[in-house]
Ligand binder design. Sequence first.
Ligand code: SF4
Length: 367
Amino acid sequence: ETDKKNMKEHIQRRTSDRINVGNVPIGNNAPISVQTMTNTETTDISSTVSQIIKLKNVGADIVRISVPTLEAAEAFKKIKKQVDIPLIADVHFNYKIAIKVLNDGADCLRINPGNIGNKNRIKQVIDCAKYNNIPIRIGINSGSLEKDILEKYKFPTSEALLESAMRHINYLDNFNFDKFKVSIKSSDISIAVKSYKMLAEKISQPLHVGITESGGFRNGTVKSSIGIGLLLLDGIGDTIRVSLAENPIEEVKVGFDILRALHIRLKGINFIACPTCSRQEFDVIKVVKILEKRLEDINTPMNVSIIGCIVNGLGEALTSTIGITGYRKNSVLYEDGIRQLKRINNDEIIDELEHKIRKKSRELILS
Ligand code: SF4
């Protein structure tokens, strides 16, 4: 067991159906997947492909692409051929675009069926999804509630969001289509959490969880962590998207940070570091910052504790894969909780720790 802290209380996940987005299973106890969305012009094929490859390299399981026009749909088809990660086509209003992407290799279609138009158009899209065996994601958003629902509730409350979600779900139900997942997002954490909890009681399909339009990097990370974290701890959520006004690479990283912090899905290094004070024997903040950057490529789950002095150093080191405790000129190294004879010179701590962590990662992969 590489993560001793993983032996914590087990989260009882909500029982849900299973759908597959390409080769990524969602729901029914599948690992919680992390998804994001490109923010390039979809018609700029090379930039979009390049961004998707970067997102895949930082661990994204699924990538969503906005397809606002038929021209973008044509680009989507070409993009799909150049990448090997499941792609969700994000379509609004236009049934022709929806049908085109379904026939051109989309692994999932994000669309709200009530917005497509008459029943005949809805049926055509659903028939096409059935024919290609492609799931749909219904995405309810506090910023785009139907006018009549907004008038009824005066404000995008949880009840309003739920009514909208059930309206779109009913369209799929009426055509006997059950391969779908739903998101019910608000930019307000309390409203979002309540909405998801109510929806989770009403349907058996998997849920895509997120806090919409959560803001820039810091604010958005805080809001997303609270909202998504509360739901995940309650067993709700089968795939997550952290929405940030930032490079989507950060969305993926924060997504995995949330899953790692909750010991749900371990990937990469969980750095444990003290906030530092005048007792620190080496520059903890600098060491952590540099190592986080240098070790971004490590996917092996491990806890690495970097603590400035003996006050908390030993306690953290005992439950870490690698731990360093600051001590005068030479700090004390622990591996799997065992104190190592050879100390590390505080001037060489960054290089030495990088070396040790990489070596440990290789050993864990082989074991
Ligand atoms: Fe200060 Fe030591 Fe606590 Fe770090 S572990 S904050 S250096 S007392």
